[in-house]
Design a protein around this ligand. Structure first.
Ligand code: ADP
Ligand code: ASP
Ligand code: MG
Length: 418
C-alpha cells in the first residue's frame, strides 16, 4: 500500500456532477489499497470571476486582500468534494493550506512553498481518511494567507507528494496528457507518452500551461514521478514525467508553446557606462519583478538601449519603478509594446544541432511572421512575434518539426485565449 496524491483542476470540478465523478476517481484509487490525498482547484472559472470582481471594486486591488479573496475559491471545492466522497460511504476530510501547514514566503500572489507540515496529513491518513486539500494556497509563518500564482494547484500537489514521499502524483485534467503543443491550437498533434523533467520544465516555463512550471521544478528536485492524465478517461495512463537518462533522442524538438502574457519594455538612450544594467534590473528584482528576454544594443551616438520582457501583470509596478530609475541613470524614453507573444520550441535533441534555429526562423519567414526578439538556451529557442501571429507560428512550427499526428486529440472544456 502506497500514498498517491491526485490533483483535479478547475474544469474537472466545475459542477456537482463533475465533483461526483472526481469522488469516484478518488475512491477508485483508495479501493486499489492506497492512501489518497487529493488536491483540488477552484470550481470552473471561479478564480477568473473573483479577479474580475476585485477589479470592479478597485482598479488596483491590494495584493494581501487579493490572496484573501482568491483563496476562497479552493475552499468551496474542497468542502464539496469531501461531502461527495462521504456520500459514497467513505471517510474524507477537507483541509485548507493553513490547516495542513503549507508554509510559504510572504510574497502575495506568487509565493513559493518553503515547507509542508506532514503531521496532520499523516494522522488523518492513519485514521483512514481521504484528505482533500485546497490547492494554490499557503500561509506564511506569521499566519498571512498567500497564493502561489495562477495554475499553482499543480505545485501544491507535487509539493505534498514530495513531503509525504508519495509513490506518485497524478495531475488529472481536461486533456489526455502532454502533447507536443496545446491540442486546442493544433488538434492533430502527437501525444507524448514519456518526457523528461528538463524538457517538461522548459515547456511549462514558455507557456505550455498544462503544468505549473514550479510543479515540475519540485518534481525534479524531489524525484516525484508525475503523470498528467485525463479526468474523463481514468484508464488512460496519460504522460509520465520522470528523470530520463540516456534516452535515445530521435527528434530535435519535443514541443512548441506560446506565451501571450508578456509585454516588452524598451529603455532608450541609456548611458554606456558600467552599472547601468545593474541599476535597472536590480531595482526590478528588489520588487520581485522577473525579467525574461533581454537585449542590449549600442546606438551610433554612444548610448545603449535595453529591451526586455516582463509579465503583463507586473507592468504598472514596473513603470513606477522605471520612472525613478530613469531619473537616476539619466535614461531617455520608456517605450511599451503590448502586442507581443513569445513562441518557443523546446527539445533536448536540439543540443549540438545548429540547423534547428535556422529552420525555425525560415519556417516563420515562410509564413510571413516577423521576429521582434530572439533568445536561446541549451534546449530552447524563443522568438517574440505579434500576438495575432502566435497561433499561426505554432501551427507552422509543429509542421516544420514533424509533430503532427494522424489522430485528433480529445479536449474537454472551453477554448483558450491564445
Ligand atoms: P486544469 O484546470 O486541469 O489545471 P489547465 O487549463 O491548467 O487545466 O491545463 C490544461 C490545458 O492545458 C489543456 O486544456 C490545454 O488546452 C492546455 N495545454 C497547453 N499546452 C499543452 C500541452 N503541450 N499539452 C497538453 N495540454 C496543453
Ligand atoms: N484556481 C487557481 C487558478 O485558477 C489555481 C489553479 O487552478 O491551479 O489559477
Ligand atoms: Mg492548471
Amino acid at each position: 500500500m502506497g500514498i498517491i496524491v491526485q490533483k483535479f483542476g478547475g474544469t474537472s470540478v466545475a459542477d456537482p456532477q463533475k465533483i461526483h465523478n472526481v469522488a469516484k476517481a478518488v475512491i477508485r484509487e483508495k479501493e486499489n489499497g492506497n492512501d489518497v490525498v487529493v488536491v483540488v482547484s477552484a470550481m470552473g472559472h471561479t478564480t477568473d470571476y473573483l479577479i474580475k470582481l476585485a477589479k470592479e471594486v478597485t482598479s488596483n486591488p491590494n495584493s494581501r486582500e487579493m490572496d484573501m479573496l482568491l483563496s476562497t475559491g479552493e475552499q468551496v471545492s474542497i468542502a464539496l468534494l469531501a461531502m461527495a466522497i462521504q456520500s459514497h460511504g467513505y471517510k474524507a476530510i477537507s483541509m485548507n493550506g493553513q490547516q495542513v501547514g503549507i508554509i510559504t514566503e510572504c510574497i502575495h500572489s506568487k509565493a513559493r512553498i518553503v515547507d509542508i507540515k506532514t503531521e496532520k496529513l499523516q494522522k488523518n491518513l492513519k485514521e483512514g481518511n481521504i484528505i482533500v486539500v485546497a490547492g494554490f494556497q499557503g500561509v506564511t509563518p506569521e499566519g498571512e494567507i498567500t497564493t502561489l500564482g495562477r495554475g499553482g494547484s499543480d505545485t501544491s500537489a507535487v509539493a505534498i507528494a514530495a513531503a509525504l514521499n508519495a509513490d506518485r502524483c497524478d495531475i488529472y485534467t481536461d486533456v489526455e496528457g502532454v502533447y507536443a503543443t496545446d491540442p486546442r491550437i493544433v488538434p492533430n498533434i502527437q501525444k507524448t507518452d514519456i518526457i523528461s523533467y528538463e524538457e517538461m520544465l522548459e515547456l511549462a516555463r514558455v507557456g505550455a500551461n498544462v503544468l505549473h512550471p514550479r510543479s515540475v521544478e519540485t518534481a525534479k528536485q524531489f524525484q516525484v514521478p508525475l503523470r498528467v492524465r485525463s479526468s474523463f478517461k481514468l484508464d488512460n495512463l496519460g504522460t509520465l514525467i520522470i528523470g530520463v537518462e540516456n534516452m535515445e533522442i530521435y527528434k530535435p524538438v519535443a514541443g512548441v508553446a506560446a506565451d501571450s502574457s508578456q509585454v516588452r519594455i524598451l529603455l532608450a538612450n541609456l548611458p554606456d557606462i558600467p552599472g547601468t544594467a545593474a541599476d535597472v534590473f536590480g531595482a526590478l528584482a528588489k520588487n520581485n519583478i522577473s525579467v525574461d528576454m533581454i537585449i542590449q544594443s549600442l546606438a551610433n551616438n554612444g548610448t545603449n538601449s535595453i529591451a526586455f520582457t516582463i509579465d503583463e501583470d507586473d507592468l504598472d509596478n514596473a513603470l513606477k519603478i522605471l520612472e525613478d530609475v530613469k531619473k537616476e541613470v539619466k535614461a531617455g524614453d520608456i517605450l511599451i509594446d503590448k502586442d507581443i507573444a513569445k513562441v518557443s520550441i523546446v527539445g533536448a535533441g536540439m543540443v549540438d544541432r545548429p540547423g534547428i534555429a535556422a529552420d525555425m526562423f525560415r519556417s516563420l519567414a515562410e509564413n510571413n511572421i516577423n521576429i521582434k526578439m530572439i533568445s536561446t538556451s541549451e534546449i530552447k529557442i524563443s522568438c517574440l512575434v505579434e500576438k495575432d501571429n502566435a497561433a499561426p507560428a505554432i501551427k507552422a512550427l509543429c509542421k516544420e518539426f514533424g509533430l503532427e499526428s494522424s489522430e485528433m486529440a480529445v479536449v474537454k472544456g472551453d477554448l483558450p485565449n491564445v
